[in-house]
Write a new protein. Sequence first.
Length: 500
Amino acid sequence: MVIVGAGIAGLTAAMLLAHQGYAVTLVEAADHAGGKIRGVETAAGTLDSGPTVFTMRPVFEALFASVGERLADHLALTPLDILARHHWLDGSTLDLFADPARSAEAIAAFAGPAEAEGFRRFCTDAARVYHLLDAPFMQAERPSMLGLTASLGLGGLAIRPFETLWSVLGGYFRDERLRQLFGRYATYCGSSPFAAPATLMLIAHAEQEGVWSLPGGMQDLAGAVTALALARGATLRLGCAVAEVLVGNGRAAGVRLASGEEIAAEAVIHAGDASALAKGLLGGDTRRAVPPPDPALRSLSAVTWCLAARAEGFPLAHHSVFFSADYAAEFAALGAGRLPDDPTIYVCAPDRTGGSARADGDERLFCLVNAPARGDDGRPDPGEIARCETRLMQRLAAAGLSLTISDRTVTTPGDFARRFPGTSGALYGSATHGAMASFRRPGSRSAIPGLYLAGGSVHPGAGVPMAATSGRLAASAVMADLTSRSTSRRTAMPGGMSTR
C-alpha cells in the first residue's frame, strides 16, 4: 500500500490501514508531515502557518477510538471561551462565545434584541442542517443529489441548497455587520458567501459546538496522528516526491519517485490535490482518474504573514477578524482575480489564549487575507503583495492595533501553487458555489481501479476534519476492495518493475 501525500488525510489513512495490519508506505515531497498544517519559525517561536482552528472534536475522538486510543491521551486540548473577536471600521466590536446564550446577549447589546432573536433562529437552523447532512452526506463515500434527496425526503428543503448563504442570512439579520460575520463561514471552504449555498450555515454550527487550542498549534494534531501511524508499522518517507503513479493492466500498480526508485503496491491512495492527477502531473495514465478541473471553479487562495511582533492597543483574542467596509466589493475583486483594495483580515494570536499580551517581548501573529488562486500566472505580483501589506497595516492601525514587527515570513498564492502542485494556489480544491458543487467533488474511488483519493479537494471537502474524514473513507474503500479481491493481504514493496 502506497499513500502519496502526508497531509492529515494521508496520515489518517495510513494510521487506519496500518492498524488493520496492512503494510503502508507514506511518501511526502516536503520535509515535514502535515501538508497544509505547517509551522513557520519566527523570532518569537514556531507559528501555525496553515489551519489554525481545531473544531469538530467528535470526528477526531472517533478516529482515535477506531485505533484503540483516546484523543485526550495524545492532545492537550484547551476549549476557547471566545470563539472569535470581530471588528468593523465604525469602531464596533463583537465577540462570539462558546456559550450561545452569551453570544445572544452580546448580539442584543451590539445590534438589538431582534438581531439576537435572529441569531437564535440561525443557530437552530444551522444545527438542523448539520444533523440532516452528517450521516447521508459527510460520512458517506460518494453521495449524489438524487440519493441525498431520497434520504432526506421533505427534510431536504431545510438545507436550502438553491439559495445563497448571503441571501438567506438576510432573513435572520438586518444588520449588515452580522451578515458579514456569518457570511464569512463560506470562506472556510474557500468560497464566496454571495455564491455559496445556504447549506454552508452548517459550518457555523460546527464552530459553535466548540473551538479548542493546542499548545503547539495544529502541528500537535499532525504529530499525534503521525506517531500513531508509525507505531502501528507505517513507513514515512519525507523529501520523496512522486513523479508518476504506475498503472499496469488497467490498475494502479505503485509509484515511481523523482529519484527513479519504484515502489510496487496493490493499491495507491493519492492524498494530494486531485487536480494534479487530472493535469497529468503524476503521469499521463492518471489523467483519466478524475474529471479535468475547471479554472473558473477554483477556490480561494490567500496571502499570509507569519510575524514576530510587539502588538499594542487593540485587545486581540486568540482568533480575531477585521472586516472590510464593503463585503460585496471585496468578493467582486476576488472573483475578478484581484486582491481587494480593502480586504477582511484574519489574525491568529496564539499567545493571547490566556487573554492578555505577552509581557516578555514579541508575540507570534498569523495574519491572512483571501486572494484569488492565480499562482500559475504570477499574480499577485510582488508590488501587489507590498500594497496589500500596507493596506493590512493601515486597517489594523485604524482598529487601534499597533504592530512593531521584528520578523516576518510572507506566503503568496505562487508559494502555495509550488507547494501543492496542480492547484494554482487554491487552498480548498474547488469552490462550493451552487447547489451541485459539493457533488462534483471526486469520491474515494477514482476512475482507475486501485487508485484511491483523499484530501481537501475530494469529498466531503475542505477543512481539517473533512480532510481527515476523506482519509477514513479512502482507507475503508481500500480495505473493502482488497478484501473482495483476495483472502491474503498484499504489501507495498520497495523496488520492483512497472508492469505497464
